[in-house]
Design a protein around this ligand. Structure first.
Ligand SMILES: Cc1cc2nc3c(=O)[nH]c(=O)nc-3n(C[C@H](O)[C@H](O)[C@H](O)COP(=O)(O)OP(=O)(O)OC[C@H]3O[C@@H](n4cnc5c(N)ncnc54)[C@H](O)[C@@H]3O)c2cc1C
Length: 234
């Protein structure tokens, strides 16, 4: 299997980086090919702008998604974007590795999604969900957070963790056709003991070993909707 890890943490000695290193070691040792996009080390530019396009379909008015399609077809996307798209096209499994920021992902990772997961390749028209451009690939979200596990759940103060993560799990990954595996979550990471953090790393190793046994999350199927994306009456 070919694995791309997109890693979004500024500190190489962080716990997040330890999770990334754990995945590289574990997956490589199991015979998988692994590439890492370390966004801070790469000084990834997260801002979607006109500078992303070498030639413009419409020089007078920037419609970002239309220029993504046009420049992909013309081979004139900014080289940093083109290189990341090629890595995603190469991989069978995409791992996004990050600390939770404001119930969401750090801006550097959001900007990777904005600039890399382009219209026309990842999605387009009705090529979404199980007809999305990335169908056949799997995605795993690996995150750490400050909160405790009991703070997340149906009755808990912050609600369900999958609800927080819905823009990423459904709106980005499932929407583009990835089969989305259950996320791996390290709770309360800065406040627990070194031993407890060691246990989280061990649990992550187990999670990675058992990837093939994980039941993907359930998202809409295009077979259940008509041409206007209205639910079919069954
Ligand atoms: C802008 C911002 C917004 C945030 N929003 C939220 C939010 O909405 N909800 C929420 O719950 N939290 C939130 N947080 C908290 C954040 O998610 C956590 O601080 C983060 O996930 C901790 O992970 P880390 O990798 O940065 O930990 P680090 O601080 O890097 O590491 C924690 C500890 O682990 C140690 N460590 C490193 N490697 C190892 C190893 N191999 N074995 C054992 N220990 C090790 C480190 O030395 C350190 O002592 C937010 C933080 C910020 C800055």
């Amino acid at each position: 299997m070919k694995v791309l890890i997109v890693h979004a943490h500024h500190e190489p000695r962080s716990f997040n980086s330890a999770l990334k290193d754990c995945a590289v070691e574990q997956l490589s040792a199991a015979g998988h090919e692994v590439q890492v996009s370390d966004l801070h080390a790469m000084e990834w530019n997260p801002v979607a702008s006109a500078a992303d396009f070498g030639c413009r379909a419409n020089p007078d008015y920037l419609v970002y998604a239309l220029e993504q399609r046009h420049n992909y077809e013309a081979g004139t996307l900014a080289p940093d974007i083109a290189a990341e798209i090629a890595k995603v096209q190469w991989c069978d499994l995409l791992i996004l590795n990050f600390p939770l920021y404001w119930f969401s992902m750090p801006a550097v990772l959001k900007g990777w999604i904005d600039r890399v997961m382009i219209s026309g390749v990842f999605y387009g028209g009705k090529r979404i969900y199980d007809r999305g451009g990335m169908r056949g690939k799997r995605a795993l979200v690996t995150l750490t957070l400050g909160g405790r596990e009991h703070m997340f759940g149906p009755e808990a103060i912050h609600g369900e963790i999958h609800t927080l993560l819905r823009p990423l799990l459904q709106g980005s990954l499932a929407y583009c056709g990835f089969e989305v595996l259950p996320p791996f979550i390290g709770y309360h990471v800065p406040y627990v003991s070194a031993e407890a953090r060691g246990q989280i790393l061990a649990d992550y190793g187990q999670h990675l070993q058992g990837l093939d046994d994980l039941q993907p999350l359930v998202f809409p199927s295009m077979n259940d909707f008509d041409d206007k994306l209205m639910p079919l009456q069954r």
